[in-house]
Design a protein around this ligand. Structure first.
Ligand code: GLY
Length: 370
């Protein structure tokens, strides 16, 4: 059932291994990268309680010793104080230039540990072992690392590619259904942005993916990673095509800011709602048929996911305020809002050519039914 996706980036190329029970095989898979049988693991307290012993055993089976630091779980950890603690711990552990750091957790740990590896001794190699669906299909692949600043999310960071990614799909079994479905928002995004057949497969098999069918999970993660790998290989540092991965994200970032990056809206939930809005906007602009946004919303609803603004608990600001929040997104270039729109399911493209009035009218209508 195991799959390998290769991320082709010349001398920075690496493999993403996907499948069940990879923690047990972690030692054998990581050993070829090591110059000495010792690794430093950065994780969070929740993941450590659930899975750290399995990782320790997997590494020990290949004679690899590990030390670990568990940081608090949650987005607040992606900040200078925890970053400083992580880097100082790695130095205290005497991690050398030729050693490997392991990022063992969800997107927060992957981003923070990757950034720590990027700056430690001017750069050491690291391995991503993502434990959430969102991290497996998105944040662990592609080398974006960093932390948040008081001024905004992910404003401090570096591109630093991992040397290996081990996506153990068994570990997803301990996720809450809400967190899992949030990650599924990113899975759906891949179908919508570039693979209509994959979206159709998700329409037929999404409930198997969410209910824990391992073959379906491996297939969903593998296709998502393959699509991300292809895009990153074409445009590692987001000069063009990589922005396609932000389908739904311009709306999402405004909604996340409007809900204070709180539990009211998880990132992947915002991506799912954002994808529905991006398709609605595309239909209003005459780019795709009105059936496409209906189909997107029908699938999200069938999965039991947040689909509409009405599904976000609490009050939201008005359409003007939401568009203003979009304008603060770091992906704004020369003051121009950039959107990912679609000519149909699986046919997304990047454009700055979107009239503010069209965005306003989509949001006004969406808020009216909220
Ligand atoms: N998550 C978007 C990217 O990696 O570019």
């Amino acid at each position: 059932m195991h799959q390998t996706v290769h991320v082709e980036l010349g001398e920075r190329s690496y493999d993403v291994e996907i499948g069940p029970d990879l923690l047990a095989q972690s030692g054998a898979r990581i050993a070829p990268l090591l110059r000495r049988p010792k690794v430093a693991v950065l994780t969070d307290e929740n993941v450590a309680a659930l899975h750290l012993e399995a990782l320790r055993d997997g590494l020990a089976s290949a004679g690899i010793e590990m030390s670990s630091l568990a940081l608090p779980a949650g987005e607040a950890t992606k900040s200078w104080p925890h970053f400083e603690r992580a880097v100082e711990w790695l130095l205290a552990e005497k991690v050398e230039r030729r050693d490997i750091v392991i990022a063992f957790g969800g997107g927060v740990i992957g981003d923070l540990a990757g950034f720590a590896a990027a700056v430690l001794r001017r750069g050491v190699r690291f391995v991503q072992i993502p434990t959430s669906l969102l991290a497996q299909v998105d944040s662990s692949v592609g080398g974006k690392t960093g932390i948040n600043a008081p001024q905004g999310k992910n404003l401090i960071g570096a591109f630093h590619q991992p040397s290996l990614v081990l996506a153990d799909t068994s570990v997803l079994g301990t996720m809450t259904q809400r967190d899992f479905l949030s990650g599924y928002g990113e899975v759906v995004k891949y179908g919508l942005l570039g693979d209509a057949e994959f979206f159709e497969w998700l329409e037929g098999n999404g409930t198997d993916v969410s209910s824990g069918d391992m073959a379906a999970r491996v297939r969903a993660v593998t296709r998502s990673v393959q699509m991300k790998a292809d895009i990153v290989a074409r445009d590692e540092t987001e000069q063009g095509d990589r922005a396609l991965l932000n389908l739904g994200h311009t709306f999402c970032h405004a909604l996340e800011a409007a809900t204070g990056y709180s539990d009211r809206l998880l990132h992947g939930e915002g991506v799912a709602i954002g994808c529905a809005l991006a398709f609605e906007l595309s239909a209003r602009l005459g780019l795709c048929s009105q059936e496409d946004p209906s189909r997107v919303r029908a699938h999200l609803k069938a999965m039991g996911m947040k689909t509409d603004l009405a599904d976000i608990p609490g009050d939201l600001p008005g359409a003007e305020a939401l568009v203003d929040l979009m304008a603060q997104d770091k992906k704004v270039i020369d003051g121009q809002l950039r959107f990912i729109l679609a000519r149909g399911i699986g046919q997304a493209f990047v454009t700055s050519d979107v009239p503010r009035e069209a965005v306003l009218s989509v949001l006004e209508d969406a808020l009216a039914t909220a």
